[in-house]
Ligand binder design. Sequence first.
Ligand code: PLP
Length: 391
Amino acid sequence: MTHRTGRHFLHIPGPSPVPERVLRAMDRQVIDHRGPDFGVLGREVLEGCRTIFRTKGPVVIYPGSGTGAWEAAIVNTLSSGDRVLMFETGHFATLWRQMAARWGIEVEFVPGDWRHGVDPALVEAKLAEDRSHSFKAVMVVHNETSTGVTSRIPAIRKAIDAAGHPALLLVDTISSLGSVDVRHDEWGVDVTVSGSQKGLMLPPGLGFTAISEKARAAGKSNNLPRSYWDWEEMLKPNANGYFPYTPATNLLYGLREAVAILLEEGLDNVFARHQRLAAATRAAVEAWGLEVLCLNPDEHSPVLTAVMMPDGKGADAFRALVLEKFDMSLGAGLSKLADKIFRIGHLGETNDLTLMGALSGVEMGLAAAGVPHRPGGVLAAMASLRSGLDG
Ligand SMILES: *Cc1c(COP(=O)(O)O)cnc(C)c1O
C-alpha cells in the first residue's frame, strides 16, 4: 500500500468521521460494569440521551447496530398478524418492511418513487379509511439515507391525529438524530430508533430506542418473543445506571463526550449548520448541471445529498476514481439506485472547509472521469456559504 498524506475524506452518509475528542474519550481502560464508577457513567449517558432525543421518558442503549434497534422497536410493541402502515421512501424503508414481514406482521407498503418522503395527506387518508383501527403502527424512516429525502414527522403526526387513529408511530432516526431536529415527546413519537455512527459521530456499535408510555404499554400485551431486545429487562437495571449484560463501555465514554460536544455547540446551531452545508452542496450540484435526487424542496436532507449521474455514466466507476485520486469515499447508490447515483455525506464532524474539500474532490473527479458537467460548482458552494455568514 502506498502512503497517503493528509487525512482520508470520509464523505459517506454514515459512518461519519469521529471527532478527535470522542476518540480520546474512548481511549481509556475498561471498568467493572457492576462497579460504582460505571453507575455514574451509565446515569450520565442515559440522561444525555434523553436530552438529545428530547424526551423525559426512557431511552434504551443496546450494544448493536441500528438494525438491531429496528428489531427492538418491532418485537417490543407488535404482534404477529398485526397490520402496519409503511411507505416506500427508499432502501432503508424497504429493509425495515422486510424485517417486519419476517416477524409475521402484515405490512401495507405504500409504493414510492424514491424521490419523495412520506406524504402526510396519504397517511391521513389511509388511516381515515381504516375505521376498524386494524393498523397497529405507522412506521416511517425520518431521513432516508439511500435517497437524501427527509420526511416531515410533525406533519405525519398531525395526519394521524386528524384521522383520529390510535396507531403507534415508530420512527427511524438512525441518520437524522444529532443532525436534524428530532423531538420524541413533542412530536408524539412512540418509538424513536437510532444508531451511533451517523449524527452522533461515534463509531458503529450502539443502537437506541426512545420509548413512549403508550409503546411501553403495548409491550405488556403483544405476542412477539424477545429476550436480548426486551425493554423491561433493560429498564430495571438502567434505573441505577446499570445494564443487564456487559455494555459497550468504551462506546459509552464516547457517547458521553459526543453529547457534550453537541450541547456545547447547541442543538439548534448543529441543525442550522447541517442545513447550511446541505444548501451549499445543492448549489454546487445545480451549478454542475447535475440533478439532485430529492424532488421536494421541503424534504431536502440536511445530512446527505444524492446526485444523479447523467445518462450512461456509471456512478461506481466515478466513485472509485475519486477514492483512488483524492482519497475520498462517497456513498454508493443502494439497490435500485446502484450505479445511478452517488451520495455526498455532510453530517456530523463537518465544517465549511471540510465540505469545500469534499466538493472540490467531486468537481475534480467529474472532470477526470469525463462526466458531462459545467465547472463552477465549488464557486457556487462558496458563494452559498458566504451568503450565510453574518457581516
Ligand atoms: C444506517 C441506517 C440504517 C441501518 O443501520 P445499521 O447501523 O447499519 O444497522 C437504517 N436506517 C437508516 C435510515 C440508516 O441510515
